[in-house]
Structures are given as C-alpha cells and as structure tokens.
Write a protein that binds this ligand. Sequence first.
Ligand code: ATP
Ligand code: MG
Length: 420
Amino acid sequence: MSTFKAPKGTYDLIPPVSATFLAVREAIAAPLKNSGYGYIETPGFENVELFARGVGESTDIVTKEMYTLTTKGGDQLALRPEGTASVLRAALEANLHKAGNLPVKLWYSGSYYRYERPQKGRYRHFSQVGAEAIGTEDPALDAELIILADQAYRSLGLSQFRILLNSLGDKECRPVYRAALQDFLGGLDLDEDTRRRSEINPLRVLDDKRPEVQKQLVGAPMLRDYLCDACKTYHEQVRELLNAAGVSYEDDEKLVRGLDYYTRTTFEFVHDGLGSQSAVGGGGRYDGLSEMIGGPSLPSVGWALGVDRTVLALEAEGIELELPATTSVFAVPLGEEARRLLFGTVTELRKSGVAADFAYGGKGVKAAMKAANRSGARFTIVAGERDLAEGVVQLKDMESGEQEAVALDKVTDEIRRRLG
Ligand code: ATP
Ligand code: MG
C-alpha cells in the first residue's frame, strides 16, 4: 500500500463497482440522446466570476463550497461546482443560439467539485449527468426534461423515488412575493446569518432544514398565492403534460431554488432510501441566467442528476444491474508455441469485435483456468502441444462445461457463430 490516500471527501471508482457507475451514466444519457440532445463538454474549471454571477453570490455553493485558485498568471479560477453556468457560457461563446434552431438542447457528463462536509452521499468530488434546453419558453420542454429523467431512473429499475414540483413565478410576480416574504421574515427571531440571507435571498430561507427555523415559517406567505396568470397557466400546462405522460409528481409549495434567475418550473427528484442526502437530482427553468452572464434573453430549462447518489439509490433498492460480461473469450496457452498462436487468435477475436482476454505471465493451467473463471468469459480456448500438432484448440463452453476440439483457423468464426 502506498502512503498516499484519496483526498478527504473523495473516493476512487474501481472495478467492479466502476462498471455500475458507467452503466448509470449511460442509462441517464440514453433518453437524452434519443430526444435531440447533443453532447457538450466544457473545461473542469472556469473563471470564478462566471460562477459568482451564474450560480449566485449569496448561495452556499459560491460563498462556502467553491474550490478557487489563482494561477501563476494571476487568473482567478474555480473548479466547476455545477454544470449549467458553464454550458450556457459555452453555448453563448459558440453562438449556438444564433444558428436559428432553438431550443439548443445539450447534455453533459462529468466531475464536479464542492468543498462540503463529507458524509454518505455528499462528497467533495462527485459526478453528474445533466441536460439543458436553451432559448425556448414552452411548457412541453419543461415536461420533456422531467419525463426523460423519470425514464432514466425507471430504466435502471428504480421505483422508490418521488418528483417534487413547484413554480417560482417570473419577473412579474416574484418580486411582489419576495417583498411579502421579506416582510414576514423581518418579524421572526432569526440568527445573524439567516437574517442576512433573508435580505439577499429570502426564498432560500424557506429551504432551511433546521427545525427551529421551520417552526417559525408556519404561516409564511406562499408563492402559489402570488403567481400571476401567465405563470399559473404555464405551470398548469406542465402538470397536464406530465399527467398525460403518466409521470406522477407531488406539488411541493416549499420547493425553492433561491436564485433570482430561476423562474417558473422547479423540481427535485428525491429517493426515499437515502436518508438525509435524499436528492438524486434537481433542476428547473432559469429564464434570467443568460442575461446575468452577459448574454441575450434566452429562457431555458435544465436538470442535473447525481450519479453517486443514483448508485446509492440502486444499492438501497437492492438492484443489481445486469451488466454484460466484459470478456467473452479467455485464452489459455500451454507452452511457448501455443502462447504465440493463441495470442494471435485473441488479437483476431478482438478485431472482429469479440471481447477477449489472455492468460498472461506464463501461468500454469490451474491458475490460468482460475483467471478464466474470474473473467466471467463464456468460452475458454485452451491449447497445448498435442492440440497444436493436430492444428486444433479446445473450445470450452463455461456455462455447459462442454468441450470440443475446433480447428485453429476456424475458431474465431466458430466463437462468433456461438455468440450469435
Ligand atoms: P443538496 O441539497 O443535497 O446539497 P444540491 O441542491 O446542492 O443538493 P444540485 O446543485 O441541485 O444539488 O445538484 C444536482 C444533484 O447533484 C443533486 O441532486 C445530487 O444528486 C448531486 N450532488 C450535489 N452535490 C453533491 C455532493 N456534494 N456529493 C454528491 N452528489 C451531489
Ligand atoms: Mg448542496
């Protein structure tokens, strides 16, 4: 063992669990690829100012959780704590919104960094798959994203999750609500931090998990009672489209994303088997974000799903994904001549698309067969001097245990035929 360990709040993804991670990423991406979303990849770090503006100066992410650094050249950078601001920045920079084909639909997958107190389901380095639909205001787009996330979770076999849904209003009605809420909060007995938060970002206070705060929030004005007609109609349409798609959700009037640019539809996916880190994903409409980072008005909607917590959700539901065996054929050579020939066969199999592996290191037959077993291969090919003298190899079906001599120059075809 080396003297070095993975940094606090991080963990390594190693086989076999890493295969589940890959499968989860793919399962989340599949419905997006199938629905017109194009893949985008942005740098792991950005100018710190992008997040300060694009995530919000008053958020925990920016005030407490961001990894910032100054480069030797004096640039102020931050490891990305989330994906939306970067994706929108990249779309604006490439003028994707001017190509005349709105919405611009993009999906991404990658690592994100937050300096948090590590605990189960909460890490300093974690993984998200996300989607953004940029430049169009249409309730069908909001519904589409929620439906696709639902589909992704279901395709993994998950069922113990719930979708929480709310509307945050728009620039017409939200300021009126904000003022009413601030007025209400002003009359409460709050600590210094919370008082400051209620000045900058009062909606966030509703999200405070502490019981002593929640107790005082009973009777707080609710956004629902302040929504303008346009927002009400919009939200009703999102709900109807979800109903028609058979996607169930819960109306949660307290669900907030307390940033000024978040508008209208907001939602969260929670899993009931995860304890306090229950959010497996979240998202919503952010009609004001583009302007906040210097772009034109581009009403948009998106979500990000946490890969780490989705894997924990699978564990909580006792789901083991059916992953295809990574190796179909394992070759066991007995002797130098066999080694040369079978190595060639393995290369040929791989070229023809069959996943194949080889007993390296001159192992004896016992150790080599153990390795073949461990690999999960459906077939082994074993060859010794006597086989080679006859121009054959022994092809063994590891499921049935049956073994048969097959001509060396026919073995690739025979294996491909048997694998179908
Ligand atoms: P939480 O309330 O749990 O802190 P969040 O609101 O900060 O979550 P988002 O910014 O909406 O989370 O990120 C989307 C998803 O990314 C979350 O639902 C979660 O699954 C995942 N996620 C966020 N932060 C972490 C983290 N520190 N470790 C692991 N996963 C995370
Ligand atoms: Mg958080």
